[in-house]
Design a binder for this molecule. Structure first.
Ligand code: NAG
Length: 255
């Protein structure tokens, strides 16, 4: 996944609430920029005037002029569309406002993504309905938006999946852990799929059931421990022989 599909920058320019009546009134103006390609070529500028959630007048840069949606909106749209200088300024907002800000945001935010490192492991069962539990962990990613999903034989798995939130490490990076409870069947293929803004395509890790992770780790640890022990014994023996030779030599040589 490349930068977020819809970067929308909005600015509330005008906010006024009149609390004369029981429910009050709410008027706002939302200025938005939409784009989905990172080269900003498909940028659209939209300026909406809203009263109590109803858009009554809107400028959309693709349309190029104001459009009214209520009697009052239509009246104003006609009026504002006659103002050629004002309209030219609005049409220039795609470049002046949207692209300018999007470039800044892209270099300040979107370009700073760090893709996750993903690990798939089997974990101890804590009394669930199925005998086996897999844990898919994503580490050290930024920003926190991430998608961790499971596939069984190419089909998405929704049931028996639980996940933590995106947990902040406190150093701007996040981690997340998703669990899948399942009943192992021979020949099935289980995969964890992770998608993140820092990735050009999702990371897919297939579960290799031939050896459970804990066993693999145990074997690796035993191997490392054993070779360390052997190496230690060799060095100790060599040292001992060297020391014996040296000390016996010293005694033998007359001073
Ligand atoms: C802007 O106008 C175009 C053309 O009518 C439309 O396809 C698009 O959805 C509009 N954009 C927004 C954000 O309303």
């Amino acid at each position: 996944m490349s930068p977020p599909k819809d970067l929308c920058f909005y600015l509330i320019l005008m906010l006024s609430a009149f609390t004369g009546a029981a429910n009050g009134y709410y008027e706002s103006r939302w200025t938005s920029c939409y784009h989905s390609s990172s080269d900003l070529s498909d940028m659209v500028f939209v300026d909406r005037y809203i009263f109590n959630k109803d858009v009554f007048i809107e400028f959309n840069s693709t349309v190029g002029e104001y459009v009214g949606y209520t009697a009052h909106g239509v009246y104003n749209a006609e009026l504002w569309n006659k103002d050629t200088i004002g309209l030219q300024q609005m049409r220039a907002e795609v470049e002046r406002y949207c692209k300018h800000n999007a470039e800044n945001h892209q270099s300040a935010i979107a370009d700073k993504t760090v893709p996750p490192q993903v690990k798939l492991s089997s974990v101890k069962q804590a009394g669930g309905r199925h005998p086996a539990v897999l844990m898919c962990s994503a580490y050290h990613f930024y920003p926190h938006w991430i998608q961790v999903t499971w596939m069984k034989d190419g089909q998405p798995v929704k049931a028996d999946v639980t996940s933590t939130e995106e947990l902040p490490n406190g150093d701007w990076y996040y981690q997340i852990h998703s669990h899948l409870e399942y009943t192992p069947k021979s020949g099935e293929k289980i995969s964890c799929v992770v998608d993140h803004a820092g990735l050009t395509k999702p990371i897919i890790i297939d579960w290799d059931p031939s050896l459970p992770e804990s066993e693999r780790n145990k074997i690796a640890k035993i191997a490392i421990g054993a070779s360390g022990l052997v190496l230690g014994i060799i060095i100790a023996a060599a040292g001992l022989i060297y020391y014996k030779k040296k000390s016996s030599g010293r005694i033998l040589v007359p001073s």
